[in-house]
Write a protein that binds this ligand. Structure first.
Ligand code: ATP
Ligand code: MG
Length: 641
């Protein structure tokens, strides 16, 4: 007994000793609804991870009774690593994004919604395709597809179903939403928004299920709480109605996802929402040197709508934020690449450097320069690898094998590689599927039974269906093996090999890379789930590479050196946000960007940009003038001319 106590003391000393008093208080407060509200780099995420270890090590709950929510898969991975370093027993913690956790809950209760438990999760690409298909059926211009997709997502963010009075059923968005929802449901599929919406519905309609999860999750921890949307909020409130054992951390100054339905009001309302609440404020920043912190603080102070908070560091004031003008985009990328090389010589690791841009398209110029300079890099935050055509094809085969009713997968590959099932044959299948409200796979079997297709089409469609069915019989094989059989037996690999072009060569390499990736998965469902949820490609021969990403996906991360590129009016702040009057969110984004840097922050802007093949000259971003002059220095470096 005494030993036990001594051990506990040791463990707690190990976990808590390095924390400041406020952090410590946040970690050991377990009986209240706790909100840690504080600025960037003050250790909010550190409090969360330490708290999980603290709960486990002291036996306050089993790992499986802890639910921890992060905002990206990457953040989940990092958090898991950090916790493992403190407590090895953390494997069973339910740790992931809202989406991945809801996917898990939905799989266990899919029958309550009328889905099978191996439903498919479709990505935004498939979503858009489906919407375009519906628009075509209704004879509406495909141009509005993106707009409609957005409207549907925003409704789902609020758990608003198509028949809800808030949806105008006569509007084009409302009409499409109703059809879309019926259609994906009949495909036994869900989109990202559905994951939350369905789970909230299950909780609402099945008190005993909700009760089960309430009892299960003794402790619930949420990172980046300022960026939760309405459905996530509803979900949390159902699981933790009074907030006992709840711990949310966040920073209103870092709310950057309102355009995706996030509501900063959720964090501001915390005290009203829960009983017995406690708010802890952390003020000491451990991440950035004084000048970087000062520059960031001076910028965010320009926002009118914020709680306002003190933040200080007793570390070095370090280097000032360097601002450098470039002649054009090419020049800017060159300047950044050269700085990266220089820092590397000064022994900053590539993995400790990041180039942050406002919009995805901006990475191209940097990618080209980095390649030219032989600097290893990765693009973080996109579905890059999994977006490639051949990868999507192979995955569509796997999805169809796993779930034959997955009609989007069916449509993608029924004629890939080409097997003579052209548009007219496909449209027959499609019409039948719609008429009878069945999947394309089922429609094919019906039509084949009637012998109404041309003999060649009949033959190849039969072969295709038979192949899928025979693979279904082998669906328990390791995924890598399944993939290999698909590539060989469909002739997919053969077609590429015979093509002998640079492009086909690249595709073959990509497919080979996928086969390597597949080795990490034990079974088909796990892999398919992974593909649906992973939003950033992590595969790299080494981790020591420069990260290229958007400001949005840099949230929560930190680097020794950060390059903030394209600080020009219209680029950043983004012209769209200016039109929408959302300047403050842009400023928060700038604040997030600067505060990612520990030691070095470089801001660049170009005087000229090529837009749609036309040169235009740009004004420097207004944010540059808002940075307090005592913390910045304008570099006199060459500007390319
Ligand atoms: P953000 O708002 O950007 O998400 P955060 O508040 O979550 O920031 P963390 O990422 O948890 O901050 O911490 C920032 C850095 O400070 C990390 O490197 C972390 O390890 C370090 N840190 C936090 N608390 C302490 C401490 N008490 N002693 C030493 N280092 C600390
Ligand atoms: Mg954090």
């Amino acid at each position: 007994m005494q030993n036990n106590t001594a051990e506990k003391l040791d463990v707690n000393r190990y976990l808590l000793d390095g924390l400041n008093p406020e952090q410590r208080e946040a970690v050991i407060t377990l009986d209240k609804a706790l909100l840690v509200l504080s600025g960037a780099g003050t250790g909010k995420t550190k409090v969360l991870t330490t708290k999980i270890a603290y709960i486990i090590e002291n036996g306050y709950a089993f790992p499986s009774q802890i639910l921890a929510v992060t905002f990206s898969n990457r953040a989940a991975r990092e958090m898991k690593e950090r916790i493992f370093n403190m407590t090895p027993g953390a494997d069973a913690v339910w740790l992931g994004t809202f989406h991945s956790i809801c996917a898990k809950i939905l799989r266990n209760n899919a029958d309550l919604i009328g889905l099978s438990n191996n439903f498919t999760i479709i990505d935004t690409d498939d979503q858009l395709k489906l919407i375009k298909q519906i628009l075509k059926e209704l004879n509406v211009d495909k141009k509005v597809a993106n707009h409609v997709a957005n409207a549907i997502s925003r409704w789902k963010d609020k758990c608003i179903r198509p028949n809800d009075p808030r949806v105008d059923a006569t509007s084009i968005e409302g009409k499409i939403y109703a059809i879309y929802q019926e259609r994906i449901f009949s495909y036994d599929s869900v989109d990202f928004g559905d994951l939350l919406m369905y789970v909230v519905r299950i909780f609402k309609e099945n008190a005993h299920i909700l009760q089960k999860y309430r009892e299960k999750f003794r402790y619930i921890l949420v990172d980046e709480y300022q960026d939760t949307n309405m459905s996530q909020y509803m979900w949390l409130r159902m699981l933790s109605p009074i907030g006992a054992g709840l711990c949310c951390v966040g920073d209103d100054d870092q709310a950057i996802y309102s355009w995706r339905g996030a509501e900063v009001g959720n964090i501001l309302r915390f005290e009203k929402d829960f009983m017995n609440t406690k708010i802890v404020r952390l003020e000491r920043n451990y991440r950035s040197v004084g000048h970087i912190l000062g520059a960031a603080a001076s910028l965010i102070a320009k926002n009118a709508t914020r709680l306002g908070k003190t933040i200080w560091t007793d570390g070095d004031s370090g280097e000032k934020v360097i601002i450098q003008r470039a002649y054009n985009g090419f020049d800017e990328a060159k300047i950044v690449a050269e700085k990266i090389e220089k820092l590397r010589k000064d022994s900053v690791a590539f993995g400790q450097m990041a180039v942050l841009v406002r919009a995805g398209f901006q990475t191209r110029e940097f990618e080209e320069r980095l390649i030219a300079y032989g600097i290893p890099y990765k693009v973080v935050g996109g579905l890059k690898f999994y977006d490639r055509q051949e990868i999507k094809d192979l995955i569509a085969y796997m999805r169809l094998i796993y779930q034959t009713n997955d009609s989007l997968a069916f449509e993608r590959i029924v004629n890939i590689p080409k097997r003579g099932i052209g548009a007219s044959a496909f449209s027959k299948l499609h019409t039948r599927a719609i008429e009878r409200n069945i999947s394309l796979f089922q429609a094919s079997k019906e039509i084949l039974g009637e012998n109404s297709l041309r003999p060649l089409v009949t033959e190849s469609l039969t072969t295709f269906i038979k192949f899928i069915e025979s693979m279904r019989g082998q669906k328990d094989l390791p995924p890598a093996q399944i993939a290999k059989i698909i590539l060989d037996e469909t002739g997919y690999m053969n077609v590429l090999t015979n093509e002998k072009t640079l492009e086909s060569q690249t595709r073959i390499e990509n497919l080979k890379e996928l086969l390597i990736a597949l080795e990490d998965f034990e079974d088909l469902p796990t892999f398919i789930e992974h593909v649906s949820l992973v939003t950033d490609s992590k595969r790299n021969s080494t981790d020591d590479v420069v990260s290229l990403m958007t400001l949005h996906s840099a949230k929560g991360l930190e680097f020794e050196a950060v390059f903030l590129a394209g600080w020009e009016e219209g680029v950043f702040p983004h012209s769209m946000s200016l039109q929408e009057g959302n300047l403050e969110e842009e400023r928060r984004l700038a604040y997030v960007g600067i505060t990612r840097a520990k030691k070095y922050a470089f801001i660049t802007y170009a005087m000229n940009r090529k837009v749609y093949n036309q040169w235009q000259s740009d004004l420097p971003s207004r944010f540059l003038a808002e940075l307090s002059t005592e913390h910045v220095v304008h570099s006199k470096g060459k500007t390319g001319r």
